[in-house]
Write a protein that binds this ligand. Sequence first.
Ligand code: NAP
Ligand code: ZN
Ligand code: ZN
Length: 347
Amino acid sequence: MTETKGYAAQDAKTSLAPWNFQRREVGPHDVQIDILYCGVCHSDLHQIHDEWGGSIFPMVPGHEIIGRVSKIGTQVKNFKVGELAGVGCLVDSCRECENCKHGLEQYCTGGQSYTYNSYEQDKKTITYGGYSKFIVTHEDFVLHISEKLPIKGVAPLLCAGITTYSPLRHWKIGKGHKVGVLGLGGLGHMAVKFAVAFGAEVTMLSTSASKEKDAKKLGAHKFVLTSDAESLKTVKGYFDFIVDTVSAPHDYNLYLSLLKTDGIQICVGVPPTPAQIFGFSLLAGRKSLAGSSIGGLPETQEMLDYCAEHNIISDVEIINIKDINSAYERMLKGDVRYRFVIDMATL
Ligand code: NAP
Ligand code: ZN
Ligand code: ZN
């Protein structure tokens, strides 16, 4: 084992603070990555506050990890020391279930190993995330990162990027579709960029009037302030799809009413409390409420390659790790433009 530095939450009530912990030695199939940047996801905040239940402490969050390979195991075939590499939300899975065999490791029925707040496949070794100096990961769960794009803006693709790319691809969303993106934060701004790139007509549905200009700059064709009843009326029964990225409790019935017949509201946001949905909100118009979780390894690599080819990155605000707790406070207020990324050299 090798000792390393990180930032951790010791329990659900205290702020993040420096913490030393152990990483495993590089095994034959492992890649060690010296972390350069790590994105800050709202899921980090939900989990350190134990809002979804079952949080494991101490917790080192971070699953938008970019760095350079500093060591490789003797059997590693796909990575070389010095290359850029990334780790997203998954570090392992059972590899045997139908989903794993189809590259859908995010839906592993044997129990996937998330990058933090989770266990390795031995089901007892706790995983620690990217708010740390380096990470050791099986090469099958390490992504190749192009040297073409500024890596600060690439880090958030590892979660915010794949989480929005995957459902858009799954439902074949593109030309001819009217798409509403609900919530302009980390996931929301990537959903806008991808849906626009895929040729859809995109409307930003936001609670923040101050974000209208940015939404248009990101490529959204329309902007609707959801607190304004008149503005909302213009999009009743309008959308083929709504990508719902909202992190807080909200009225699903209201947004279902913005779908046309056979429309689908795709939930990627995970508010801490369960949703209340009237049957009528779904049956009137044969609507569906669906969900989508991150993405598997092959699709994550596909998304990263697509972004390198089409010059797509996240809009980021770089922070010092010392400012992580105030960044969380701003995130809670919806004041992120549009992803905080930690410069890990500040650790
Ligand atoms: P974020 O950057 O904080 O963005 C969330 C946005 O939601 C806010 O910027 C705000 O946008 C909107 N919002 C906040 N409170 C709201 C409310 N009460 N009513 C309506 N809108 C509200 O968060 P994120 O990192 O994008 O993550 C969003 C959610 O996705 C989180 O729950 C996170 O855990 C989840 N997530 C899921 C997956 C997955 O695999 N499915 C992966 C990553 C994250 P406006 O100001 O525009 O209203
Ligand atoms: Zn995330
Ligand atoms: Zn599996």
